[in-house]
Design a protein around this ligand. Structure first.
Ligand code: TXA
Ligand code: MG
Length: 335
């Protein structure tokens, strides 16, 4: 397949790009679209054959369920079963954080294709606030399934060029909406009775959620969101997280890249340095995280040293991605 990158930003091209995306979705094809978190690879959620193309392009295992993105609030009741106390909390979360970077897991209806939820009796639902994404969805007038637009287990794309890197030749269209705002994937939560369980930390933080219900600290231990697989978000290069940079001693004769969250002075000896934010602003840091990891990965260093950030608020979402990147044992790094 030839992969076209279409400009969705300039006023001259926007309408034609949206129309092209909608036409492809109607034809049962996949389209990469920007969201406010990361770029997603979308297909008609009610068309199993279209959804299978997402799994094929990403080389994603079929046991890993996809997020359903709805065009309007009324679709929530058509894809999810809302009743009982937990559904009250969940609908309040939706009312407060949608459209936006929060994904909610609900018991599902039969409308969504089985392949979308990997056979689970629940469905993850989200409504994106990205103007291009929501324009495409409203014109399409149906929900789409859309995971992040990267090959399975790799770094999520935060720019159209990253999607091209990952999926060139595998999908027909990438809608270029510029760099994404949050730069990390949505917070995924399930409501269990009176508790909110955070399945994946993200832009909507624990303290924002705690206004609506207790945050459950105990996890069932079983992998319900493969975002929870330890080896997700893997660059090809080995990553280590350093709690204290001053104490870090690199192995001899190894070219080290450094990922640091602020503009502070750093120890010498690093071949490449990427700073997530000069001022140490966590929002800015999150929005640059995957781009900087990708750049360091492509810079030819042997090891990426990522400085730890405080595990609080948005810092928890950043640390979650760094730990997973560090836990990955890709075949490339063993050579
Ligand atoms: O920000 C985002 O959420 C992006 C954009 C494109 O919307 N999407 C995204 O999708 O990150 P993906 O597939 O890369 O991650 C979805 C996460 C996975 O960890 C998946 O296992 C989990 O959501 N998930 C999906 N359905 C689920 C379900 N029914 N129960 C529990 N977890 C679920
Ligand atoms: Mg993903």
């Amino acid at each position: 397949v030839h992969t076209e990158v279409a400009d969705g930003q300039s006023p001259d091209n926007r309408a034609a790009t949206v129309a092209a995306a909608v036409a492809l979705l109607r034809a049962g094809e996949t389209v990469a679209l920007p969201t406010e978190t990361v770029y997603g690879l979308a297909a008609d959620a009610l068309n199993p054959d279209a959804v299978l193309k997402i799994f094929a392009a990403k080389e994603r295992p079929r046991f890993d369920p996809l997020i359903v993105h709805v065009p309007t609030f009324d679709w929530l009741r058509r894809v999810a079963r809302l009743n009982g106390e937990d559904s009250d909390i969940a609908s309040r979360l939706a009312e407060n954080f949608w459209p936006g970077p929060l994904t909610l897991v609900f018991p599902r209806t039969d409308l969504i294709a089985d392949v979308v939820t990997a056979g689970l009796d629940t469905v993850a639902v989200r409504m994106s606030a990205h103007p291009l994404f929501s324009d495409v969805l409203r014109a399409f007038a149906k929900p789409v399934a859309a995971p992040s637009a990267n090959r399975f287990g790799r770094i999520s794309p935060t720019a159209a060029a990253h999607v091209l890197d990952e999926l060139n030749g595998r999908i027909p269209l990438i809608v270029d909406g510029g760099p994404t705002t949050h730069g990390i994937e949505s917070t995924v939560v399930a409501v269990r009775g009176a508790n909110i369980e955070i399945l994946r930390p993200g832009p909507v933080t624990r303290s924002q959620l705690s206004v609506f219900a207790e945050i459950a600290t105990t996890s069932t231990g079983k992998i319900e969101a493969p975002g929870q697989l330890r080896s997700h978000y893997a660059p090809r290069t080995q990553v280590v997280v350093a709690e204290d940079l001053e104490e870090f001693v690199g192995p001899p004769n190894v070219r080290c890249g450094l990922l640091v969250s602020t503009g502070k002075t750093v120890p010498s000896g690093f071949a490449e340095i990427r700073r997530l934010s000069e001022t140490g602003d966590l929002r800015e840091a999150a929005s640059n995280l995957f781009r900087c990891l990708r750049e360091l990965d492509q810079s030819g260093v042997d090891l990426i040293v990522a400085e730890a950030v405080r595990d609080h608020g948005l810092g928890s979402a950043i640390m979650d991605r760094l730990r997973r990147a560090a836990a990955a044992a890709g075949p490339a790094r063993q050579s």
